[in-house]
Design a protein around this ligand. Structure first.
Ligand code: PNS
Length: 160
């Protein structure tokens, strides 16, 4: 297994500055980060898979240490295919802990060689989530300082 890379999986519907903060923290530890966008046909997203990938590429596409990819099925199978044994996740608050703890232990149960590493975001992003961002824009508000410009533009277009 390759130890230089870590995989940061998520829905990224849409990418927020909180995700970007976690990626930047991950890059202090890992030479390469693979940002893996979940493709789940049973879940409905505001942004389609291609759009979520395009947003990430527009923000990180120039960085040779970051790969943007997508995956379906089990996360551990994707890690094996990428020959990677580290998952990166962000922990914003105690409320994240329960589900993240379950996922980390379940992933380890399925594949004991896999480790999950958690990064704590900047305090200004500790209340930020893609879900709240979508809700605010949908209701006519905006939170320009919490999302990259491309996401701000696309959210305004979607809810215009
Ligand atoms: O951004 P999210 O929605 O919090 O990310 C959740 C994600 C993608 C990490 C999680 O849903 C996942 O790993 N899905 C892949 C399917 C899988 O492996 N499920 C078992 C997890 S224990």
């Amino acid at each position: 297994m390759e130890t230089n890379s870590a995989i940061y999986p998520g829905s990224y519907d849409p990418l927020t500055n909180g995700h970007i903060d976690i990626i930047q923290r991950g890059m202090k530890i890992f030479p390469r980060i693979i940002v893996a966008v979940l493709k789940n046909p049973t879940k409905s997203y505001l942004f389609g898979l291609e759009e979520r990938v395009e947003i990430l590429k527009s923000v990180f596409g120039q960085n040779p240490r970051i790969e943007i990819d997508c995956f379906g099925g089990l996360l551990v199978d994707y890690l094996k295919a990428k020959e990677c044994n580290t998952i990166v996740r962000g922990l914003r608050a105690i409320s994240d802990f329960d589900i993240e703890f379950q996922m980390a232990l379940m992933n380890r149960k399925i594949e004991p060689r896999i480790e999950t590493i958690f990064f704590v975001p900047s305090i200004q992003y500790s209340f930020l989530s893609s879900k709240l961002v979508k809700e605010i824009y949908q209701l006519g508000g905006e939170v320009k300082s919490l999302v990259p410009d491309i996401v701000d533009r696309k959210l305004k277009e979607k809810f215009r």
